[in-house]
Structures are given as C-alpha cells and as structure tokens.
Design a protein around this ligand. Structure first.
Ligand code: FE
Ligand code: FE
Length: 198
C-alpha cells in the first residue's frame, strides 16, 4: 500500500525516477508471481515432464531395437526425434518463466517405462505379439504426456504465459498425432497378425 508520503515523493519524481520506480514495481510483481503456489506447482510440473522426456528418449531407443516390424521401428525412431524437440521446447518454456531447466524424478514415467521393459522380456523376439504389446506400452507413455501437456498449456494461459502456452500446445499436438499413428499401425495389421500367433 502506498502512503501519502510516498505519493508526494512520486509527484516530485523526474521522468527517469518514475521509470526506475516502474521497473522496480514490475520486478516486485515478478517476485510476487514467482513465490505464488501456482507458479511453484507449474515450475515443478515442468521439471517432472522434463525428467520424463529425457527418460523417454532412452526408452524409445530400447523399444526401437526390440520392435519386430520396420513400421513400428520407424514410428519409434520418428518419435524419438520429436521427443528431443520436446526437450528443447521445455528448455524454452523454463526460460520464458524465468526458471532454470531442472529434472525432478517422475515416478509415473519410471513405472510406465519399466512396464515396457517387462513387455520386451515377456514377449518373443521377432513376434507380432511383441509389437502389439509395445504399441500399448508406447501409448501409455503418450497418454501420460497428453494429460501433462494439456493441463500445463491451460495453466500457462491462465497465468498469462502465452508464449509458453503455444510451445506446450505444439508438443501436445505431436503427442496426440503419435498416439493416433500408433493406433493406426496396430489396427492396420499388427493386432491381426498377433492374433494368428501361437
Ligand atoms: Fe514428448
Ligand atoms: Fe511422446
């Protein structure tokens, strides 16, 4: 709250003085914003997905090697490249909200990736059953990302971080496209071929 005294001082300020005060005010507003519970949650959620995206790059490498069909291998390879872009977009988002990119262990993605590794162990190499199962494992990853990016993009809009929201929405679209593409591959022939295996 401004006191009358401060108001009087304000009136006597030069243009330069006013500008300094204005920038100090916006710095105040910024530090106020950065200490808000929602900002802290948003920053921590970004750290969580930043960790997850990095873990996904490694997981997609293993899934590529384990896949039976060329088509699924290519889908994993393409999405691995996209995932690297998601990482650099997140780094831009951190910068836009004036935070350092940092990883915070995401227990959910660790579990989902572990499930994928178990699928590789429990299915036969070169089988279509393995691909059918790998697609579902990959879609679990995509759905986790879709939930995260969808929610964070909305929060970014609410908090007035419009550029950050655009970046998060771009990634969201790519995760959704990947999810649809995996469904297409499964339904085109992989599930049917897997069903014939004994
Ligand atoms: Fe991603
Ligand atoms: Fe993804």
């Amino acid at each position: 709250m401004l006191t009358t005294d401060t108001d009087n001082k304000d009136k006597s300020m030069t243009t330069e003085g006013k500008q300094t005060k204005a920038s100090a005010k916006s710095a105040d507003k910024e530090s106020e914003m950065k200490s808000s519970p929602l900002h802290k949650f948003f920053r921590d959620a970004l750290k969580d997905i930043y960790y997850a995206e990095n873990a996904i790059v490694d997981a997609l490498e293993k899934m590529q090697k384990a896949a039976t069909t060329e088509e699924l291998r290519e889908a994993f390879e393409d999405h691995q490249l996209q995932t690297k872009k998601h990482i650099s977009r997140l780094e831009k988002v951190f910068k836009l909200i004036d935070e350092e990119p940092e990883k915070k262990e995401c227990k959910a993605i660790v579990g989902i990736i572990k499930e994928g590794e178990e699928i590789i162990k429990s299915t036969k190499e070169g089988s279509m059953t393995r691909d059918a199962a790998l697609i579902i494992a990959a879609q679990k990853v995509e759905h986790y990302e879709i939930a995260t990016y969808g929610g964070l993009a909305q929060l970014a809009i609410t908090m007035g971080h419009n550029k950050a929201a655009d970046l998060l929405e771009k990634t969201l679209e790519e995760e959704e496209d990947t999810d649809y593409h995996l469904t297409d591959i499964a339904e085109s022939y992989i599930n049917l071929d897997a069903e014939q295996e004994d």
